[in-house]
Design a protein around this ligand. Sequence first.
Ligand SMILES: Cc1ncc(COP(=O)(O)O)c(C=O)c1O
Length: 465
Amino acid sequence: MAVNSMQTLDRKRLAELHARELQQFIDRHPRSAAMHQRAKSSMVAGVPMPWMARWAGRFPVYVREGGGARITDVDGCEYVDLCLGDTGAMGGHSPPAVVSAVQAQVARGIAMMLPTEDSTVVAEQLAQRFRMPYWQFTLSATDANRSILRVARQITGRRKVLVYSYCYHGTVDEAFAVRDASGATRAREGNVGPAVDPAETTRAIEFNDVAALEQALADRSIACVLAEPAMTNMGIVLPQPGYHQALRELTRRHGTLLVIDETHTFSAGPGGCTQAWNLEPDIVTIGKAIGSGVPSGAFGLSAEVVHRLGLQRDADYEDTGGVGGTLAGNALSAAAMRATLEQVLTPSTFEHTIALATELRRSIERLIQSRRLAWNVVQLGCRVEYSFLPQPPANGTLAHDGADRELETFLHLYLHNRGLLITPFHNMVLIAPTTTAQDVALHDRLLTAAVDELFPACAPVTPST
Ligand SMILES: Cc1ncc(COP(=O)(O)O)c(C=O)c1O
């Protein structure tokens, strides 16, 4: 009989172990502590970007150097990095091909408000991978999502956007909405200074709920569904069989555009889930890894969307109509994207990274089984997530409600103190082309050791075949 670890988790023990790990962290990082202390007087919370305050220690470690799947901090501690900049460095840190391309381009001009040939090569690569014929560039995935919401509203003449509860698409106002218990759309907790109540702009439903989707689209007020093909920002929530087919069929039937955000699900393969699962979106958005972390984003449009956009004579698409940006599509980003797509995140590197992710997922499955943990693990290509629920959650709200921040923080700190980084949010592990089988084995050893300290009574049993 399976023992539910959450029922047997001793919170007092967890707190004691956490205190021990925190002390170890503080003792090992005097330089980072001093740098953070100094930064507190010039940066909000002492960090250049608020999420950096989320790392499990009392302060973030400061990086001396990153390369491939490794990071070294200013105290000389080395890490196997399975966080990879929360996907920005899915191709590894500073891959040599990108370094060369960027160095060469820096010397030849960065932001000239004129295209270079690289942007065409990148657009062709993206078109072939993500099946959208026409592309345009931004500086981030957030920018790409904001841009396409305008495009969708303009060509449909509709105001509302449909998203899934607890989705994340960047700092996009419309996407900070959840469905409450009564079925109404409300602002997600903690939403900072919304311009308008998201209920005015957005309809939020649960992922994998076809009936709710049908109901939400029926009044034809929804310009587009903005969807990750699998949710990745609250753990991984995979689509149930038939969901994508229903999503495509219903959006078509109700004249709603389907936008697939592949920023994280690019992990599924060279053309993300769009290629891997034969999806047929109207628009694809992406960012982060396509430029190896050099600020880049892109959106791809179907021929029909481009045609409809061309008919919008009153929309000033080429100047101050609310799309584009001075630095978008700049020569440096284009060079970084070209090198990334042509030489780093190639189809053959995905074979390597997905095989290692499969091994990592299996190692967690073995741990769950041998220690009889009521946890689950989910894989999406070279991305793996484990969470503290007996089954993978079917939607964002279940994933959100099942989170255990205390346990998560302890595990992150435990791994960190022993030279391994995973994302500071939930338990995401990502494999880069330079990640090795030894790195995956290290994760297995360390996670097993952490679990055995947490659940000393949970004697290993022989896994059944
Ligand atoms: C699915 C998805 N889309 C868009 C974004 C926004 O990316 P960025 O913050 O680089 O703009 C994120 C960020 O995590 C994301 O997870």
